[in-house]
Design a protein around this ligand. Structure first.
Ligand code: GLC
Ligand code: CA
Length: 546
């Protein structure tokens, strides 16, 4: 047997992301909460997950649904109390589930005490926790733009200076060059570590090394120094899962973040695959058709080029549209088949898989007709900006329906009762109309549901070192819309085939002959002759070869 480099718990688990606002309401106010999550832990246990990434639950005025934190050591009033949070950590631990906290430290809310202080005067001790610049020719300091529209600079009347914000103006960026700020962050992280959490997901972490005067935002020169300092001062000796959100990651710098010898993070989320359906040089709203060959090229490249690092695997999160609607097929005919295809392709790859709430039952996008139905700040700001620039309303709404973040944020569909069992009151965001058909209860009752495909794949990963550690080997000479690869080590070989297509595709793989040892499949075939086999729409399976 080959020697294994180092085995960490976070390399063999599957992580489930919870967006608390939309997961489960426990008191009828229409907003998901921590007590609601506790109630559903048994469900997550049944699915087989061993860690939860919890989107922010901290105190927040909710300009960006919790990604604008006003107190890192307190809980959002609607979500509950710190006692509830402690209970959640404990209850999860009993089930062998670790809680991964969302660490949002590129910016705070403008209502955070630090910023309230900083704003008071130029000499306030917290002033330098943020980034302030004088006007240039009575104008903004430079051309940098904010992700949620407009300039990244906001004028502050009181001091006559601008402060910097890469997201909304209610999210002022922290100044990581200030060592006192960094120490305050370490202190806060240690407060959470002492509570017994399992790690951190780090929001837009590749932006913390920014140098606004040089127009540098992502991958600044001191980014990796800061992460090494963080590691040494917080989780370095704690055996935790740490995952950075890095939109600008390449295999080269992802190896830097996650090479254990460098003492930074466990892994990062890379987004190269998730940007393939947007125009090059455009924004995510500028839509382009997905080329499956490109998707394969990108995913395969990431499978094989992370030298000493570790990969993360995901299709969905709270910022992305639902994968079954986006690149699969959410029609009655093919929703289940294509959702299972995504599960199979992703969960058989090498890396740590992440499942976003509702993905495991094949939840779909929620199309809106009018901007009044939209909650998300990003979509709303983009809508205003594009309408002002003369875009047609239908086109902008179309982009929102394809890419908008609310698609993933509609409430979790638990059953076919009032508001899908999410709340006894009125939900903060509309429940998808298809909840009578697509819900957890009916998924659990159907042996052939998407849920059980996820469960099978998650359990396989627990049992099989080959799935966790084995080599990834691409099988060439298949049609461009077919995924074909092996995972193998000295003990076992798994063959993965997936037809990423609404149409049939034929494969000729005589080297595999007849295969019958199915681990999972979405058409319930008993035997396939791969010498010459015609794959049905979205047909996907895993067979064990030895
Ligand atoms: C990340 C989060 C997103 C948030 C942004 C600003 O991309 O995932 O939801 O709006 O950072 O914090
Ligand atoms: Ca509630």
């Amino acid at each position: 047997m080959k020697e294994r480099r180092s085995e960490n718990w976070w390399q063999s688990v599957v992580v489930y992301q919870i967006y608390p606002r939309s997961f489960q309401d426990s008191n009828g106010d229409g907003i998901g909460d921590i007590k609601g999550i506790i109630k559903r832990l048994d469900y997550l246990k049944k699915l087989g997950i061993e860690a939860i990434w919890l989107s922010p639950v901290y105190k927040s005025p909710n300009a960006d649904n919790g990604y604008d934190i006003s107190d890192y050591e307190d809980i959002m009033t609607e979500f509950g109390t710190m006692q509830d949070m402690d209970k959640l950590i404990k209850a999860a631990k009993k089930l062998n589930i670790k809680i991964i906290m969302d660490l949002v430290v590129n910016h705070t809310s403008d209502e955070h005490r630090w910023f309230v202080e900083a704003r008071k005067s130029k000499t306030n001790p917290y002033r330098d926790y943020y980034i302030w610049r004088d006007p240039v020719n009575s104008q903004v300091p430079n051309s940098l733009k904010a992700s949620f529209g407009g300039s990244a600079w906001k004028y502050d009347e009181k001091s006559g200076q601008y402060y910097f914000h890469l997201f909304s103006e209610k999210q002022p960026d922290l100044n990581w060059e200030n060592s006192e700020l960094r120490n305050s962050i370490w202190e806060m992280m240690n407060y959470w570590i002492d509570k017994g959490i399992g790690g951190f997901r780090m929001d837009v972490i590749d932006l913390i090394g920014k140098q606004p005067d040089k127009l540098v935002t992502a991958n600044g020169p001191h980014l990796h120094d800061y992460l090494q300092e963080m590691n040494a001062n917080t989780f370095g000796d704690k055996d935790m899962l740490t995952v950075g959100e890095t939109w600008g990651a390449t295999p080269q710098n992802a190896s830097k973040y996650s090479d254990p010898k460098r003492h930074e993070l466990s892994m990062v989320f890379q987004f190269e695959h998730s940007m393939l359906d947007q125009e090059t040089n455009g924004e995510k709203w500028d839509l382009k058709r997905l080329d499956v060959q490109k998707l394969k090229d990108v995913l395969y490249k990431w499978q094989t080029s992370l030298k000493n690092g570790w990969n993360s695997l995901f299709w969905n999160n709270h910022d992305l549209p639902r994968i079954v609607s986006r690149w699969g097929n959410d029609s009655d005919e093919y929703r289940v088949k294509s959702a299972k295809m995504f599960a199979i392709i992703l969960h058989m790859m090498k890396g740590t898989p992440y499942v976003y709430q509702g993905e495991e039952i094949g939840m779909t996008n929620y199309p809106v007709k009018d901007i009044s139905e939209v909650d998300d700040i990003e979509s709303i700001n983009m809508y205003k900006e594009r309408i002002a620039r003369g875009y047609k309303k239908e086109d902008v709404i179309h982009s929102i329906n394809v890419k908008g973040r609310d698609n993933a944020r509609t409430p979790m569909q638990w059953d076919d009762k009032h508001e899908a069992g999410f709340t006894t009151g009125d939900p903060w965001l509309h429940v998808n109309n298809n909840y009578k058909k697509i819900n957890v209860l009916s998924a659990l009752q159907d042996k052939n549901s998407i849920f059980y495909t996820y469960q099978t794949l998650i359990n396989l990963r627990k049992k099989s070192k080959t799935v966790v550690w084995g080599d990834f080997v691409e099988i060439k000479d298949v049609p461009k819309n077919v995924f074909a690869y092996e995972r193998k080590d000295d003990e076992h070989r798994y063959l993965v085939i997936a037809n990423f297509d609404r149409e049939k595709n034929s494969i000729q793989l005589p080297q595999y002959g007849i295969q019958e040892n199915f681990i999972v499949s979405n058409y319930n075939e008993m035997s396939v002759d791969l010498t010459n086999y015609t794959l049905k729409p979205y047909e996907s399976f895993v067979v064990q070869i030895n």
